[in-house]
Structure formats: structure tokens, C-alpha cells
Write a protein that binds this ligand. Structure first.
Ligand code: C2E
Ligand code: MG
Ligand code: MG
Ligand code: MG
Length: 277
């Protein structure tokens, strides 16, 4: 990764790489300036149960850059993590989500949290302060963390997860199956939900063993009393397979795309069923 190369070695890079590095640094400068502004906003993607009843929403961050247009979180979140900016950005996310969703009833709201935030001392207390200031209640909220965030023996991460659980947040393990040593993570942290990564769903029917992997994950979760969520459901064929496999919740373009808060506020509380897509 480019991080390991000191500034002086940049001259040894190909012109292309040099340009990539400049672009990255420029984007980081712009990210720093954008934090705290309304260039950042949340969209909310619904998830449903096996009967296609609405269960809740996942809050997803969007960067609407004034000149570059929409930038994906898979581009700028890693950048924000490497530069430490994720702490300020993550705080903005929490504030906005709690304020926007405070009055939603009968649905859960999931918020993605970075490994860097989880490692920060006092993160759970900060979540509680932001929540209280927004007048929201931890019941009904889920914190999504990736399995790699729970790797290693980081004591602050353990403390923060424990504290969040005591406060009433549910914990969901995101992108399950893409990281390492999933099994001991499951044992050490009592997570409530496992989200099967989109890549496994996308590979269904492709002869790459996704069926067996998904079956194994569902069995594992059943034994540990965890809810399995399938992400990235795009087709009825995937839906059928995942329902039969025993997944309990479903998220994906087949069922609903991420939506701005105004759309959801207009639809709740009638929007209890997925619009027959
Ligand atoms: P994630 O948490 O696994 O979120 C699911 C991603 O899958 C979202 O991408 C969503 O738009 C996308 N998706 C949903 N349905 C489908 C589908 O049917 N097909 C396909 N191909 N994709 C689908 P998005 O919004 O671009 O977010 C990417 C990642 O960025 C997220 O993955 C999450 O790891 C991270 N992220 C997003 N918002 C935040 C945030 O507020 N804080 C942090 N720390 N990370 C965030
Ligand atoms: Mg997520
Ligand atoms: Mg995921
Ligand atoms: Mg992901």
C-alpha cells in the first residue's frame, strides 16, 4: 500500500502512481474541508423479513462533492480512516442519523461505525451523549461493525462494544465472510446479527460454492442465536434461494434502494411492506 512508501520514494513511482497519490492527497484536503458542511448527508436503505414486511433501515453516508459529484463511501471512508478524519465525520453521521430518525417508530435504524471509531477511548459514551442531545433512544438502533474491526485484542474496542450493548444498542457484524477468523470473533463478542456480504449473494448460481457457504453461515448463526441478513439481493432467484436457505432479513435493490429521509418520512408509517418490485 502507498502508506508504507515515505515521501522521498515518491519520485521512484511511475508518473501514473504519482498522479494517483496526488489525487488522493487532494481528495483528503477536500474531505477535511467538507466535514461539518452539508456536502455530507445520509440515505436510508430498507430491509425486510421473509414475508417482505419492513423491519428497518440502514443509514448510508453520501458525499455530494460540489465539483466532482457524488463520491462513494467505499472511496472516501478508507481515506477518512487513514487520515483520522473518520472521527469527526463519524460524529457528524451519528448526530445526523439520530436527529433525522428520532421519531421513527416500529423500525430499527442501523448505523455503520468504523474500526477507528470503535478503538477510540470513550466512543460509546460519545454515542450516548450525541443520542441524548438528539432526544433519541438506543432501543431500535443497531451499530454495524465489520468483523475485521473486532479482530485482535483491542481493549477499547471490547469496552466500547460492551458499553453499547449495555446501553441497548444491537450489534450487527457487517460484510461477514470477507474478513479473517470470523469464528473466534463470534465467540468473543455476542453480536446480535450477521450480515452476509453482497459478494456471496452475487455469486449464487455461479458454481463457486456460495450456496454451501451461505448454508454454513445460517447454521452457525442459528446455533448462536443470531439473525442472518442477506445483503445485495438483486433478483427474485436470489431472494428464493436465500429464503429457503433460512436467512431472516433481506436488503438489496430488488427490495428497495437507499432513499433520502424526506421520502421515508412521507411513507412511514404506511410503508410496512416492500413495494412489489
Ligand atoms: P455496507 O455497510 O456493507 O453497505 C451496503 C452497501 O451495499 C451500500 O453501499 C449499499 O448501497 C450497497 N447495496 C445495497 N443494495 C445493493 C444491491 O442490491 N446490490 C449492490 N451491488 N449493492 C447494494 P454504499 O452505500 O456505497 O456503502 C459502501 C460501504 O461504505 C458500506 O458497506 C459501509 O462499509 C461504508 N459506509 C457507508 N456509510 C457509512 C458510514 O456512515 N460510516 C462508515 N464508517 N462507513 C460507511
Ligand atoms: Mg453496513
Ligand atoms: Mg455489508
Ligand atoms: Mg460493505
Amino acid at each position: 500500500r502507498s502508506k508504507e512508501s515515505g515521501g522521498r520514494r515518491v519520485s521512484r513511482f511511475s508518473p501514473d502512481m504519482d498522479q494517483a497519490l496526488r489525487h488522493r492527497l487532494q481528495l483528503e484536503v477536500e474531505l477535511r474541508e467538507a466535514i461539518g458542511t452539508d456536502q455530507f448527508g445520509m440515505v436510508y436503505q430498507p430491509h425486510f423479513d421473509r414475508r417482505r414486511n419492513l423491519k428497518g433501515y440502514e443509514a448510508l453516508l453520501r458525499w455530494n462533492h460540489p465539483t466532482r459529484g457524488a463520491i462513494s463511501p467505499s472511496v472516501f471512508v478508507p481515506l477518512a480512516e487513514d487520515s483520522g478524519l473518520i472521527l469527526a465525520l463519524g460524529e457528524q453521521v451519528l448526530r445526523q442519523v439520530f436527529e433525522e430518525t428520532r421519531d421513527w417508530r416500529g423500525v430499527t435504524v442501523a448505523v455503520n461505525v468504523s474500526a477507528v471509531q470503535l478503538r477510540a477511548r470513550g466512543f460509546a459514551a460519545q454515542v450516548m451523549r450525541i443520542m441524548a442531545a438528539a432526544g433519541a433512544n438506543p432501543r431500535g438502533y443497531e451499530i454495524e461493525v465489520t468483523e475485521t474491526a473486532l479482530l485482535g485484542d483491542d481493549q477499547e474496542t471490547v469496552n466500547n462494544i460492551d458499553a453499547l450493548k449495555r446501553m441497548g444498542f444491537a450489534i450487527a457484524l457487517d460484510d461477514f465472510g470477507t474478513g479473517f477468523s470470523s469464528l473466534n470473533v463470534l465467540q468473543r463478542f455476542s453480536v446480535d446479527k450477521i450480515k452476509i456480504d453482497c459478494s456471496f449473494v452475487a455469486a449464487l448460481g455461479a458454481g463457486r460454492g456460495s450456496e454451501a457457504l451461505i448454508e454454513a453461515i445460517v447454521n452457525l448463526a442459528r446455533g448462536l442465536d443470531m439473525v442472518v441478513v442477506a445483503e445485495g439481493v438483486e433478483t427474485e432467484a436470489q431472494w428464493d434461494h436465500l429464503v429457503k436457505a433460512g436467512c431472516r432479513q433481506f436488503q438489496g435493490h430488488l427490495l428497495g434502494r437507499p432513499q433520502p429521509v424526506s421520502t421515508i418520512n412521507r411513507a412511514l408509517p404506511d410503508q410496512r411492506r416492500a413495494s412489489a418490485a
